[in-house]
Ligand binder design. Structure first.
Ligand SMILES: [Zn+2]
Length: 488
């Protein structure tokens, strides 16, 4: 059985590596950026050349068909066998003849692509490669050209029929297209880790691109670590330069899919909560649900770190005149910020793991979450300030990203839904009204007909209500108002 994969693309900023501080190293650095600029300034032209030749090669064969009187005759006969009084045997013969003609045209095409040579391997890609290598080999390494040629030829094949039918035309490539290279060479991945822990990718012409993870909200470092350890495989990758001259590695990671078959109709809703960082519920279970993480613990940790930070910053202001003391304090501040990030990072790992385990335990095939853009901005949700507070101090984005890739790796689908009204709607009767979330923790449905959305009735006739986060998580699990993860 073939292994199944989920492919994800990770975007990681890269810089060319500086090989020391010597004059020689500076020269090399300059020269390598020149090499890169040459590639980037010419690659889109090569891409346009390839695609127009792919198109031309098809057109050549099309013309052969168009100008063959015998083929036209056969097509005419076969278009209405009854009227043309063809016997079954004749139809069969004509079809065979047509097939032979097609094969002949294909052969003629290949001879043409080889410049008149009868035999030779893979004439299609070789012909387009010849065109671009002839023109661009001084600027673009052959490895990049080979990859580009493969990519463009195979994408072209996907829509060549549409081009022939006139449904679409060939694309026009512009400067800044991704520069493809072989991420694997002779089975070896060219992604490497140096002794100091820094990572780089080995690019043709001896270029080394240092990976810069920055704040790493998408958890890229960990994913690259997993590639290095062999847990994940990699696919065709590229480096792309943006208009503002930043360069990114577009790393395609293949995560093995566990062929566990969870119930696709059972959905876990995840609420990014106020009282607890996370609350989960299942769409077809009126009782199930679970809070994950503790707000108090999280706040305490944050407050402690914030206090330490303030103290250091205050000290810094008093040490104005540079010097050793200042440097040390700055270092301490950086260390503290690093510690803080690590702590949140670790918490997010624990939380995301719990959610996946919860889904697996309940045989749920889908996890639904609220899209973060516009999150907490519902003007009828009277919790805006709280959300703002949490958003500022918690990397929800990182958390969602972790849930997403861990779910994918487990074979669970992740969907994003519109966060609108999820905390103000009764998950039992669907009633929406302002003020049903009577406080942060409690939801009481105001629909007189509704019983389940009110909780137990007290002796004085009032209701205890239900857990507000759980109610929101339930709504999220029911929602079919799907949105794109990032779209506004
Ligand atoms: Zn209700």
């Amino acid at each position: 059985m073939a292994t199944e994969y989920t492919c994800i693309t990770r975007k990681i900023e890269v810089h060319l590596h500086k090989h020391g501080d010597s004059e020689e190293a500076a020269q090399r650095f300059k020269e390598e950026y020149r090499i890169w600029d040459d590639i980037n300034n010419n690659l889109y032209k090569a891409a346009n050349r390839i695609i127009s030749h792919c198109f031309f090669n098809d057109t050549y064969e099309y013309r052969l068909k168009l100008h063959s009187p015998r083929l036209q005759e056969i097509e005419k006969l076969l278009s209405n066998p009854k009227r043309n009084k063809l016997s079954d045997e004749e139809v069969k013969q004509l079809k065979a003849e047509r097939k032979q003609l097609f094969a002949d045209f294909k052969k003629q095409r290949h001879v043409f692509l080889r410049g008149g040579v009868e035999e030779g391997a893979n004439p299609e890609q070789n012909s387009t490669y010849k065109v671009v290598s002839n023109e661009f080999i001084d600027f673009i390494p052959s490895e990049v050209l080979t990859n580009l040629n493969q990519n463009i030829s195979s994408t072209y094949r996907e829509y060549s029929l549409d081009v022939e039918r006139g449904v679409r035309t060939i694309p026009n490539y512009k400067k800044g297209i991704p520069v493809p290279f072989s991420i694997k060479q002779k089975g070896e991945i060219v992604l490497k880790k140096r002794e100091d822990g820094s990572m780089y990718v080995r690019f043709p012409k001896g270029l080394e691109w240092d990976l810069n993870f920055g704040r790493d909200r998408s958890n890229n470092r960990e994913i690259v670590e997993r590639v290095l350890s062999g847990q994940y495989d990699v696919g065709n990758s590229s480096i792309q330069e943006t208009k503002n001259k930043k360069r990114f590695l577009l790393l395609v990671v293949k995560i093995p899919k566990q062929v566990a078959s969870f119930d696709p109709s059972r959905i876990v809703g995840v609420d990014l909560g106020i009282n607890v960082p996370l609350y989960v519920a299942i769409n077809d279970n009126e009782y199930g649900g679970m809070g994950i993480g503790s707000r108090e613990q999280f706040l305490k940790m944050r407050m402690r770190m914030a206090a330490q930070k303030r103290e250091l910053q205050r000290n810094l202001r008093h040490t104005t005149n540079g010097g050793h003391g200042r440097t040390q304090k700055l270092q301490a501040l950086n260390r503290l910020e690093g510690k803080e990030r690590n702590w949140v990072h670790l918490q997010n790992h624990i939380f995301s793991k719990s959610i996946i385990e919860y889904a697996v335990r309940n045989n749920a095939g889908v996890i639904q979450m609220e899209r973060l853009t516009g999150f907490g901005r519902d003007k009828n949700d009277e919790v805006g300030a709280d959300f703002k507070f949490l958003l500022r101090y918690w990397s929800f984005f990182e958390l969602q990203s972790m849930i997403e890739y861990k779910a994918k790796a487990t074979g669970i689908e992740v969907r994003y839904i519109n966060p609108y009204h999820t905390s103000q709607t009764c998950s039992f009767c669907g009633h929406y009204e302002k003020g049903q979330r009577i406080n942060q923790a409690t939801f009481v449905c105001k629909n007189p007909e509704c019983t389940k959305g009110k909780g137990k009735q007290r002796t004085d006739g009032t209701f205890e209500g239900i857990n507000a986060d759980w109610n929101a998580a339930r709504n999220i699990s029911f929602s079919t108002d799907f949105v794109d993860k990032k779209k506004k």
